[in-house]
Structures are given as C-alpha cells and as structure tokens.
Design a protein around this ligand. Structure first.
Ligand code: AMP
Length: 362
C-alpha cells in the first residue's frame, strides 16, 4: 500500500515514520529541493498544482492525503476520478477560508468568535463599530502561525491595520480574553468509527505555538470539545485526523480554527499515547481499525523555532524525546520539537521548566 502525500514537510515526515511499521510506503510531492520528508521516501519535485506530477502521484498511490492545508483544492479535485483523497476536499476548502470556517462552525452550532468579512477600509470601520475593540484583522486565506494578522486596540489603529494587511479578503473578529488555548485532535474512519485524544493546552507567542501540555484535564471542556469535533467530522463524512483549536473564555470553548490534518499540538501523542495521531491518520485513510488514544502519562511538547538547540543538555532530561526535522535554520521556522513524558504532572512540569531553559525561540 502506497500513500501519496501532497506536501513533504515535517508532518509528512512524521507520517512516514509512523507508517513504515504498518508496512505502508510513501510518495511525496513538494516544490522544495530537500523537504524534510524527502529524507525518508521518494519525492516528486514540483509545484503543488503541477497536473502531470499530481497525476503521477495519483497513479502510484492507493490513497492521497496532504500535510498542509493551503494546497490547491482545485488541483486535487481534478484527481478525484483517479484516486481516493482523504480527508474530504470540503474540509480542506472550509479550512482554507476563515469565513467558510466560521460559517461551518455556526451552521453546526459550535460557538465561535464574532466576526465580519472585510473587503474595504469602509467595511473595516463598520466591522470595528459593530464588533468593538479590541479585535483582530486577519487575512481570510493563507494565514497560519499568526501570519497576516493585526491586533487593533483603539480606533487610531484602523488605518495602520489597513496599511499593514489591507486589501480584499479579510476578516475582523473580536479579540478573545482567553484564560487558555486548548485543542482537540481526533480521527474518523470510513466506517464512522471515531477516536479522540485528550485535550492539550497550548501556549503561543507571536501567533506561533511555543509549547503544549497534555492531557489537560477538564471533563467539562473535553466533553464539549469532543461533541464539537464529532459534529464537524460527521457533517463532512470526514476520514482522517481533524483538529479544532479553541479559546477558553469564562470556562466555555470558543472555536478559533480547524485543521484537516495532523496537528502541531498533537505531536506529544508520538510518545504520549498508545497510538500517535500520525498512525491514526494513516489507519483512518487506509481503512484500518483506529488505535487507542489513551495517554501513557503526562506530556509536554516544546517547539524548536528558528534553529535546533544543542541536544546534549536536553537529552540528559529523563523521559525526553528529541525530534529534528532536518530543516535549514531560519527565524520563526519550525525546525524540530521535543516531548517530555512523565508519570506525574508535577514531574512533567518541573522537567518542562528545565527543558525550557535550553530552548530559545528565534
Ligand atoms: P490563528 O492563526 O487564528 O490560529 O491565530 C494564532 C494565534 O493568535 C492564536 O492561537 C491566538 O493566540 C492568537 N489569536 C488569534 N485570533 C485571536 C482572537 N480573536 N483573540 C485572541 N487571540 C487571538
């Protein structure tokens, strides 16, 4: 069985690492010369929209998936008659446009941030008047890891926000004074079997994930998150791993966004759960039974941004696993991560504090 993956970044690489023990082979398509996953599996080198390469990928794979949500829906749609594509393209399309995503949440009665679509300075002024301040102006498309966002605190910021990211295709949303950010990762199989990982609590800096701790234990929030995730999965006849990120505001979940793929906040599941998110994504799209999502202890995952920290001191921390994606250093780039797994939350917290002393986000 060969799984074709559009995108050969670190998520594709970790999918391949999880898939080889299951006897799965991989073929990647990516425009980069030496993307992280190409160190593990054959790589078709070219654009995500290259019809000829996409057809080759389809012909040589039993199922095609993607490791990035900004790949072209149109280009993938053209492959539909040649190969099965999972997750469904409707999920990919919804996640690519913040307005479609918000409408989906609203249709499924999933609480989300108040928002207005904005295509002009006048509409931005109107949106700020309707929704109030503070607020966040974001690009509807191609925004990830906090890119294409501007926080407005007072009316004098309107012009600056417009100058920074203004143009057609924006969304203005209420700024949430959250107590925490949490996410839920789950998987659904073609037969409708669903599994959910424990919640993870996520700490961001400048819009990019710095670290997560999991399981984040809150029965009430976990039940709500599972209900919402299942609603989206069932509405889209979803197959694969799906993630929703939430703000916790006054003890309630407010959905921020979803990702139709394995997720950075689920990396801890590699060491921290019986079956990782990567393995369950592959099991789902290959029609295999889903594996247990039971946590094996208390985990923390730290992203390495910009450049890899020296492994020596980190590896001296008991229960720490080190992941280097094989990427060139660049400011803000996700180049690796580490996961700490301990049997007690207090031990996890002190090992996390220790590890954080060796990590600099650049
Ligand atoms: P996003 O690209 O929407 O996931 O945003 C990245 C990060 O920016 C989030 O994880 C939050 O930390 C912050 N953020 C985005 N939107 C809002 C909002 N409406 N209110 C408060 N913080 C936000």
């Amino acid at each position: 069985m060969t799984v074709g993956i559009v995108g050969a970044g670190q998520l594709g690489r970790m999918l391949a690492l999880a898939g080889y023990p299951l006897g799965i082979d991989f073929l990647f398509l990516d425009p980069a010369d030496e993307p992280p996953a190409a160190q593990l599996a054959p790589h078709l080198h070219g654009s995500f929209t290259d019809r000829r390469l996409l057809r080759t990928l389809a012909r040589r794979s039993e199922v095609v998936t993607f490791d990035w949500e900004n790949v072209s829906v149109e280009a993938l749609r053209a492959l539909h008659k040649d190969v099965r594509i999972c997750p469904p393209l409707a999920a990919l399309a919804a996640s690519q446009d913040r307005v479609s995503e918000k409408r989906l949440f609203e249709r499924l009665r999933i609480p989300t941030t108040r928002w207005r679509a904005v295509d002009s300075l006048l509409q931005l002024e109107r949106a700020v008047r309707d929704i109030g301040l503070p607020g966040v102006l974001k690009t509807r498309r191609m925004g990830y890891d906090g890119k294409g966002q501007f926080v407005l605190h007072n009316p004098a910021h309107i012009e600056a926000a417009w100058a920074a990211i203004g143009g057609a295709g924006l969304i203005y949303e209420k700024f949430q004074n959250f107590s925490r950010e949490v996410s839920i990762v789950g998987a659904r199989s073609p037969t409708g079997q669903t599994v959910f990982y424990p919640l993870s609590a996520n700490v961001h800096g400048g819009g990019i994930l710095h670290y997560s701790i999991a399981p984040f234990v809150s029965r009430v929030l976990e039940r709500a998150a599972q209900t919402y995730l299942k609603r989206v999965m069932n509405a889209l006849s979803y197959v694969g791993v799906l993630t929703i990120e939430f703000f916790v505001v006054k003890g309630r979940l407010i959905a921020n966004e979803m990702a139709p793929r394995v997720h950075n906040s689920g990396h801890w599941t590699i060491e921290g759960c019986v079956t990782s998110q990567f393995e369950n994504h592959l099991r789902a799209i290959c029609g295999l039974p889903l594996g247990s999502t039971r946590a094996l202890g208390h985990a923390a995952m730290i992203n390495f941004l910009g450049k890899m920290p020296a492994p020596g001191r980190l590896l001296s921390i008991d229960g720490l696993a080190y992941h280097d994606y094989g990427k060139e250093p660049r400011p803000g780039r996700k180049v690796g991560h580490c996961t700490i797994l301990k049997s007690r939350a207090a031990e996890r917290n002190s090992a996390l504090a220790d590890a954080l002393r060796s990590v600099q986000w650049t």
